[in-house]
Design a protein around this ligand. Structure first.
Ligand SMILES: [Zn+2]
Length: 220
């Protein structure tokens, strides 16, 4: 056991290669190298108020802020962060997120995971990004308001009809938000169905005034 962890440590320090180009990784943005990390380009239009998402997206979301397009290094980084559980990437990704033009918000709420999913993944990537953002922007982070009560299937694997049914009644709010403006955080937006469902509950049940969805990457 001791030997194994020593060799792992050795590998981490001396042999870590950038997953994109296989050159030596940089400790600042590990496991990536600085050259690949620098290819993450911010959107010129980080804030959008129209676009093709879930049909109710713009009924509940007042604006969408995303740092970059979901491709290349950032796509790889989010994947590694989430599924290979490289926690230190959360800080770097959170830093990128905090460079987004700050909307006028009172609180920050991450898209929650179901308790079973949280157990399986060990952490909620959106909550980690939300914590970084909360610290950088000096805006309170609320973790116990929006709760996921249904352990839904992976949206990407379902048809459009099943997706709708899958997310139905998946989220609840525990406290009223009394007209507050909410920054709703997720790592990626693709069809936007999860963000739509969260925003709907926050507005209708939670009585939030505005919902600004904030994501690291945007797929379309
Ligand atoms: Zn590289």
């Amino acid at each position: 056991m001791k030997l194994l962890s020593r060799s792992l440590l050795y590998e981490l320090i001396f042999f870590e290669k950038c997953p994109i180009c296989n050159n030596e990784s940089s400790c600042q943005v590990s496991p990536f190298c600085l050259t690949c990390w620098a290819t993450i380009r911010p959107f010129e239009n980080q804030k959008i108020t129209k676009g093709k998402f879930h049909k109710n997206f713009w009924n509940y979301i007042d604006a969408l802020y995303s740092y970059s397009s979901y491709e290349g290094t950032i796509k790889e980084a989010i994947h590694i962060f989430k599924y290979k559980k490289i926690m230190r990437l959360g800080k770097q990704l959170g830093k990128l997120l905090s460079k987004i033009e700050k909307p006028l918000i009172d609180i920050i709420i991450p898209v929650p995971l179901h308790a079973n999913k949280l157990k399986e993944r060990e952490f909620n990537q959106s909550a980690i990004l939300a914590r970084e953002l909360s610290e950088a922007w000096g805006i309170p982070l609320i973790l116990d308001c929006l709760i996921k009560i249904k352990n839904t299937k992976e949206q990407a694997l379902l048809s459009e009809v099943d997706r709708k049914e899958n997310l139905k009644d998946a989220f609840i709010v525990r406290t009223k938000l009394n007209n507050l403006k909410v920054g709703l955080i997720d790592d990626v937006v693709t069809t936007g169905s999860t963000l739509t469902e969260c925003a709907k509950v926050l507005k209708i049940k939670g009585e939030a005034k505005n919902i600004y969805a904030i994501t690291l990457a945007r797929a379309n």
